[in-house]
Design a protein around this ligand. Structure first.
Ligand code: UT7
Length: 318
């Protein structure tokens, strides 16, 4: 049985850091650092420079992932880029990244599943590798949500940041058991009946019913995590790391509590990165893999929920 192994990962964050206090002052928001941190866990976010595009950030994260994997872009067969903020309506951002990386072969496309985009992209790349359509894949999550923010809306403007993360996958023979290295299972869901609860308006600004999204996020993440554990037969105590989408620390804590995972086994980057949409999971993965927390052979559980609604989870043996 073919398994998709994560050979390496990489991240990119724009240079400009905007703290809660600086944001409040700059935009004259009726808010406070204390409120934002207590309700969300966010202390700061990175903001892309003027003219810095999703493809620029994605290229940097992808290059870092290739270097980490120790392979050349020429051996990549497939790029899947999860983004809600592509450079253009078309062509796909992924083909710009392909060219930026100096690639002259392979196939490349974008996936739009908002904050669940990386889990969706990982699952699609895993399917292609297991079907024999590609041997090596770059899976990227990159977003500049700062460009979709109505800075006067304190209910959303404090929540988001910009960034990119990427992983390199390689198809390898496994035994079909949970002892295998690589992606062990992936589970995707969508429920378009909730389209209006988190969407962009006619001006392309994010509009969200925060409380309702919060309520659905807690329920959907809990059920998809249960589904992933049931599919793999793993018990919560066998999960070494939960690497969740970083939307709200209270949602992350809720999932951790339900699994009985102590905070030391949950990778939380929201304080520094805020919600970077499709980039948040690969950014968190790269952070914890490079600082030595996530080690080869360990079990990593990813989960995400976003506009649509879309949600999903994946279990990976690192
Ligand atoms: O990544 C995709 C998935 N997204 C999510 O999962 C986000 C889910 N939702 C959330 O994280 C939370 O709902 C928020 C962080 C957005 C809001 O937190 P909340 O605890 O649900 O607050 P709330 O919406 O119930 O608002 C409570 C109060 C309101 O004031 P009143 O009506 O009680 O007077 C808001 O107007 O807090 C007010 N408020 C703020 N106050 C200070 C809302 N935003 C702010 C703010 N600063 N930035």
């Amino acid at each position: 049985m073919i398994r998709s192994i994560i050979l390496g990962c990489g991240a990119y964050l724009p240079a400009q850091i905007l703290t809660n206090d600086a944001l409040i002052k700059m935009r004259g928001l009726d808010s406070s650092d204390e409120w934002i941190e207590r309700r969300t866990g966010i202390k700061q976010r990175h903001i892309a420079a003027e003219g810095e595009k999703t493809s620029d950030m994605a290229t940097k994260a992808a290059s870092a992932a290739l270097a980490d994997a120790g392979i050349d872009s020429g051996s990549i067969d497939m790029i899947v880029l999860a983004t809600t903020t592509p450079d253009n309506v078309f062509p796909a951002c992924a083909v710009r990244v392909q060219a930026n990386l100096g690639m002259e072969r392979g196939f490349a496309f974008d996936i739009q599943a908002v904050c669940s985009g990386f889990v969706y992209a990982l699952a699609m790349a895993d399917n292609a590798l297991r079907a024999g359509q590609a041997r090596r894949a770059l899976v990227i999550g990159a977003d500049v949500l700062s460009r979709l923010i109505d800075w006067n809306d304190r209910g959303t403007s404090v929540l988001f940041g910009d960034g990119a993360g990427a992983v390199v996958l390689e198809a390898r023979e496994g035994h079909g058991t949970v002892a295998d290295q690589g992606i062990l299972s992936a589970h995707l869901h969508a429920d378009g009946r909730h389209y209006e609860l988190l969407q962009t308006d006619a001006n392309a600004f994010i509009r969200m019913n925060g409380q309702e999204v919060f309520r659905h996020a807690v329920a959907n993440l809990s059920s998809v995590v249960d589904e992933a554990l049931a599919a793999t037969g793993l018990k919560p105590e066998e999960i070494d790391w939960l690497v969740p989408h970083q939307a709200n620390k209270r949602i992350i804590d809720g999932t951790g509590k339900k699994l009985g995972l102590p905070p030391e086994r949950i990778v939380t980057t929201i304080a520094d990165h805020a919600n970077t949409s499709a980039a948040s999971i690969p950014l968190a993965l790269a952070t914890a893999a490079h600082d030595g927390r996530i080690k080869r052979g360990q079990i990593v559980l990813l989960d995400a929920m976003g506009g649509g609604f879309t949600w999903g989870a994946a279990v990976v043996r690192w």
